[in-house]
Design a binder for this molecule. Sequence first.
Ligand code: LLP
Length: 414
Amino acid sequence: MTAFNLQNGLLHAENVALRTIAQTHQTPTYVYSKAALTQTFARFQSGLLGHDHLICFAVKANPSLAILNLFARLGAGFDIVSGGELARVIAAGGDPKKVVFSGVGKSHAEIRAALEAGIFCFNVESANELQRIQQVAAEMGKTAPVSLRVNPNVDAKTHPYISTGLKNNKFGVAFEDALDLYKQAAQMPNIAVHGIDCHIGSQITELSPFQDALDKVLGLVDALAAENIHIQHIDVGGGVGITYDDETPPDFGTYTAAIMQKLSGRGVKVLFEPGRALVGNAGVLLTKVEYLKPGETKNFAIVDAAMNDLMRPALYDAYHNITTIAPSTAATQTYEVVGPVCESGDFLGHDRALAIEEGDYLAIHSAGAYGMSMASNYNTRARAAEVLVDGDQAHVIREREQITDLFKLERTLP
Ligand code: LLP
């Protein structure tokens, strides 16, 4: 059974009809499939069995406690970028000893919390951050395990999807500076050099950028060995793309084989930080058609989900497939699928052929990654509910926000 499948014309998540979820829990609602999450994780891992590895799910892609808990049970570690994400991982039963901490702006308090929790490694993004980690670790009488996140400056001209591995962005330590900074790190009393890390971008659909980046990283690992600095793990980051429309990203087997082939004989542990690839296609956003509004040049389908629920179309002009979830007798027409938010940029899909009437439900696909995690309360809209389907059971893993929740921390002047 595939996670999202048609049974008697009705779109199901596993064995639960999405229409039943929409009627029971209202809309907009994110719906995830446990089978999809579990199977995707297993597929990613299958090429790594027999190798010393750790799959650190990038929490930012989907920080739901239930989903983190599921991955923790499957043996995953986590890639975090804030103290908040660390707290979530711990609350979800994740093992701090399997956590790597990335991000360019780690605060004193966040470094402290990570040292207290005993994380696996800090992915250090600058010389000043390294100094700060040394200082905090010294205050606490601890030793901080570190990797430097190196920026391999992979050529964007040939690989336009890469956005974080280039010289001109804020991430990582410049490749040319890395050797010197490692030498300094090796001398610091409260720093233990454990690994090396590199993350070159997201939604990457070709293999070669990963290979090019790893080649550069391995060159550095060899240069470090010559300086008697021995790297115990290589973190190759995340970034493997998914199919939203007609993209053809490398399948997991091809991707992991390409990585492992380059690491063969080196005796290092390998870390991965996949986010989107593990959750993106394991979730949909369910929404209801509120109004059909014919226009002079375009027909609008105004739905009850909006840019505050799923920001990717408005922010990146990203494509998400949109389908009905039940048969319809309505005539097929082309619609702009838009939300109720007061911005012209509030769209979920352009020019979509749909057979719909007011009151029908739609599924916005590939919404499991960077969907709910980027949702906001813009226009004082309560954030959506989240449901995780397991077989024929639909579990609410996050209740719909109440409007009063949205202003309960606010005060008027006396
Ligand atoms: N590791 C680091 C250090 C990262 O910065 C990221 C994502 C990941 C891992 C996971 O990357 P993934 O495997 O998911 O590609 N909001 C954007 C994506 C931003 C990704 C930021 N960093 C979107 O909706 O497309």
